[in-house]
Design a protein around this ligand. Structure first.
Ligand SMILES: CCCCCC/C=C/C(=O)SCCNC(=O)CCNC(=O)[C@H](O)C(C)(C)COP(=O)(O)OP(=O)(O)OC[C@H]1O[C@@H](n2cnc3c(N)ncnc32)[C@H](O)[C@@H]1OP(=O)(O)O
Length: 359
């Protein structure tokens, strides 16, 4: 049955109340159908070549040819009804997404203002990364890559950003022994880092406090790193009998030059936020007292930029070296698998838990 005049008028009013801008393409369709429904086939002279807006409107209306007024009215009502239901369901999805995401024990995940925030949430353990946490982070990244946010942010709850790998990961040995443990850990590490290499949206680290080990190396795969002036950056691999991961054997020399990368990755030099900024690892440093306010104001503004343009730009930048990064990740993980079996590494872990050693 065709739409009556009353349905059509009601649809015209509903368009004015839409919560979300339906975009230019839909607006042109609405304009054309409205004109066709009220005046019939296009009856005005074609606007000049440089009168772009009026020409686009004229083209849209003219394209409807001899479509009967009644059909145009019905099509207009159908189009508005589709817009209303998609805007209703998207606002429902948004209000769900605004809430804390369920199903994560070690992370707090929230979405607001087109930003998905993944917060490491073991403040009593300085946000040390357990195997469960690596897995939850991978799931969270997978979900964030598909949600309607434009930007994904990592941060830490409490005084630390993260103290890196939880050293208890090396203490619960499975029935297959330490070799099996090392093998499984290398697979987990490789999968974890692969998720960062492949992550399609702009990824931002809000480094609220000290960062250690893998929490530092992985920053080389982020797009922006904002740091509080309380943050420090420490990769004490040689102290732990370990070697670099997170593609840092490639990204750090590229970011800061080989000499400075060696100081960090081989000699374990701890950098202040200011030093990390000077070496290009950090994008910008903020006073701790205004850190959250300044960073989130900045990120909210960025999140309003064109989602498609940002994502495509990231792909262009990342695609140049994606294959290389995957190969480096595989190699670093393979080498670490061997290192974890070394006496040096095992002794360092035991020292930490017997409190002889602290970084
Ligand atoms: C699947 C495997 C992938 C592996 C990837 C390879 C990754 C490598 C790395 O990340 S190497 C870096 C590893 N991290 C460390 O070696 C840090 C060890 N921690 C410390 O040195 C210190 O805790 C500190 C300097 C971070 C903070 O010192 P302090 O302020 O004095 O606090 P506490 O030491 O009292 O810490 C509070 C509480 O947290 C526990 N904790 C902190 N960090 C870790 C950690 N990395 N692993 C396990 N537990 C950690 C600490 O034991 C305390 O617990 P307690 O209150 O005693 O129960």
């Amino acid at each position: 049955m065709g739409a009556c005049q009353k349905d059509f008028e009601s649809a015209v009013n509903q368009v004015k109340l839409l919560k979300k801008d339906p975009g230019n393409e839909v607006k042109l369709k609405l304009y054309a159908l409205y004109k066709q429904a009220t005046e019939g086939p296009c009856n005005t002279p074609k606007p000049g070549l440089f009168d772009l807006i009026n020409k686009a409107k004229w083209d849209a209306w003219n394209a409807l040819g001899n479509l009967p007024k009644e059909t145009a009215r019905q099509n207009y009502v159908d189009l508005v009804s589709g817009l209303r239901s998609s805007s209703d369901s998207s606002s429902q999805v948004k209000s769900e997404a605004d809430k804390k995401r369920a199903g994560y024990d070690t992370l707090v995940i929230t979405s607001e203002d087109c930003i998905t925030k993944i917060m490491l949430n073991r403040p009593a353990k300085k946000n040390a990364l357990t195997t469960q946490m690596y897995r939850e982070i991978m799931l969270a990244l997978e979900a964030a890559s598909k949600d309607d946010s434009t930007i994904t942010v990592f941060t830490g709850n409490g005084d630390y950003y993260s103290s890196g790998n939880d050293l208890t990961n090396f203490t619960d040995i499975p029935p297959g022994g330490i070799e099996e443990k090392a093998k499984n850990s290398a697979i987990l590490l490789r999968d974890f880092v692969d998720c960062f290499i492949d992550f399609p949206k702009p990824l931002v680290a809000v480094v609220n406090g000290p960062a250690v080990g893998i929490a530092v190396t992985i920053l080389g795969l982020f797009d922006l790193v904002y740091a509080s002036d309380r943050a420090t950056f420490h990769t004490p691999f040689s102290h732990l009998g370990q070697t670099p991961e997170g593609c840092s054997s490639y990204t750090f020399p590229k970011i800061m030059g080989p000499a400075k990368a060696v100081e960090m990755l081989i000699f374990g030099k701890k950098l202040t936020a200011g030093e990390a900024y000077a070496q290009g690892l950090v994008t910008e440093v903020f006073p701790d007292s205004t850190f959250q306010k300044e960073v989130w104001t900045r990120l909210k503004a960025y999140s309003k930029l064109s989602q498609n343009a940002m994502h495509i730009s990231k792909q262009i930048i990342r695609n140049h070296e994606k294959e290389k990064l995957h190969a480096i990740n595989a190699e670093e993980s393979r080498i670490l698998q061997e290192r974890w079996l070394s006496d040096e590494c095992m002794n360092a872990v035991m020292d930490f838990f017997s409190r002889k050693a602290k970084l």
